[in-house]
Design a protein around this ligand. Structure first.
Ligand code: ARG
Length: 459
């Protein structure tokens, strides 16, 4: 397609150079935002008297027609265009003639692309926020069903203390709530209008940046025109928020994979979220959880690519910045896809409380509570800790558990042990006593669910 910027040169590009330069392949997905930005810009040019009303009407009708035809499929984006901005402007001029050539008055592609990208990512962030909310709700729902289901809590992937499954799932809700906060914060900072910064220095035309900002739903115009066209903090910030979100999804995926293995058998995934093997007839694999874990690396890559691309750039716009879009788009697509599959996967799994309990019964997880039992009778904690360690060793030598070690054996370590030690170290008692704020007791879990539901409503 002929270059709108031909003039200084005849713009007869080497084919490879032209292909290399073009961004239409990936920026055409911003066509709605590009047209919205142009509609607002034209409106402002009319209101300020920079363009006559007749031209503005022709431009706006033309732009609406282009939008309708792109939506209906009557018009396709020309892949030989340099970018979406050039395509829309050229198509407008093809449709309405001279007036189309006036649209770019007091505007540059530099403020145009920065505006389009903010509008586009604003929309994507809203969708991702809603999908994050859906996953958090699925986790909350499972947590409510399993406020009393006991399973081993781990540190170093070694059985540590019994916890409730609900409590464990709520940990992920807490992470997702922070992720939502990070996205909201980034979206808020992004919501400033670059339009009217023009190429870099502003313009001599009497434009109204407040007006275009308001028309496009931005909070305010960006304060500095050089910053407005060179700032891509919002890409980095969103990719960072999405990277952290992916890190959480990856940890959840890893646990889903562990829990659904035969070794744990804590949950069974619904068949709709598993695959088979081409050779091993017995297999039921959790590919989707693995992919979510694997795709985390892509989003980190998008973040690192963006930060590295920006780090050496002099003000203001540099063409390097065209690289911002593929990274941000890939990150948004990846995060959205992972959330879309994880939320129903969590909502439909079947938990196996009996298997969880069996796992919790082995592993001496009542040991801390055994030590606390002595401590409550005046033994210093460190001493009680040591006695209990010796008792665990005795259990291992005898091949029994803390629950089945005879009382005389306990008493050979300390005369303070009585029959009530068994109640003190029972799994249910260990869990039920941890009523501290944020703790694992069913009552505490129910309080957390209530609080997180409220937080989620306002997130
Ligand atoms: N396609 C370009 C980009 O994505 C649009 C801005 C081009 N500006 C320029 N001065 N060449 O960054």
């Amino acid at each position: 397609m002929a270059k709108l910027w031909a003039g200084r040169t005849d713009a007869a590009l080497n084919q490879a150079a032209d292909d290399f330069n073009a961004s239409i392949r990936f920026d055409s997905r911003m066509y709605r935002q590009d047209i919205a930005g142009s509609l607002a810009h034209a409106e402002m040019l009319g209101k300020t008297g920079i363009l006559p009303a007749g031209d503005v009407a022709a431009i706006q009708n033309g732009l609406r027609g282009i939008l309708a035809d792109l939506e209906s499929g009557a018009l396709a984006v020309d892949p030989s265009s340099e970018d979406i901005h050039m395509f829309v402007e050229a198509e407008l001029t093809r449709r309405i003639g001279e007036a189309g050539k006036r649209l770019h008055t007091a505007r540059s592609r530099n403020d145009q692309v920065a505006t389009d990208l903010r509008l586009y990512l604003r929309e994507r962030t809203e969708t991702i926020l809603e999908k994050t909310r859906a996953l958090a709700e699925a986790l909350l729902e499972q947590a409510a069903q399993h406020a009393e289901t006991i399973l081993p809590g781990y540190t170093h992937l070694q059985r540590a203390q019994p916890v409730t499954f609900g409590h464990h799932l709520l940990a992920y809700c807490s992470m997702l709530l922070r992720d939502m906060g990070r996205m909201r914060g980034a979206a808020k900072r992004m919501n400033q209008s670059p339009l009217g910064a023009c190429a870099l220095a502003g313009t001599t035309y009497p434009i109204d940046r407040q007006m275009t900002a308001a028309l496009l739903g931005f909070d305010v115009p960006c304060a500095n025109s050089l910053d407005a066209v060179s700032d891509r903090d919002f890409c980095a910030e969103l990719c960072a928020a999405w990277s952290i979100l992916m890190m959480h999804l990856s940890r959840l995926s890893e646990e889903i994979l562990l829990w659904s293995s035969w070794e744990f058998h804590f949950i069974t995934l619904d068949d709709a979220f598993t695959t088979g093997s081409s050779i091993m007839p017995q297999k039921k694999n959790s590919d989707m959880a693995e992919l979510a874990r694997g795709k985390t690396g892509r989003v980190y890559g998008d973040l690192m690519g963006t930060l590295t691309m920006l780090k050496g750039l002099p003000l203001a716009y540099d063409k390097d910045m065209q690289e911002d879009k593929e990274a941000a788009f890939d990150a948004a697509d990846t995060v959205e896809a992972c959330l879309t599959v994880l939320a129903p996967m969590v909502a439909t799994w079947t938990a196996h409380p009996a298997a969880m309990r069996r796992a919790a019964e082995n592993g001496f997880m009542g040991a801390t509570d055994c030590a606390d039992y002595l401590t409550r009778q005046g033994v210093p904690f460190r001493t009680a800790y040591k006695i209990t360690g010796q008792i665990v060793r005795e259990c291992i030598e005898r091949g029994v558990t803390l629950e089945t070690l005879p009382l005389e054996a306990y008493q050979s370590f300390s005369p303070l042990f009585g029959e009530d030690i068994y109640a003190a170290i029972s799994l249910d008692a260990c869990v039920a006593r941890r009523t501290s704020e944020g703790g694992t007791a069913p009552d505490s879990v129910r309080r957390q669910i209530k609080a997180m539901k409220e937080l989620l409503e306002n997130a």
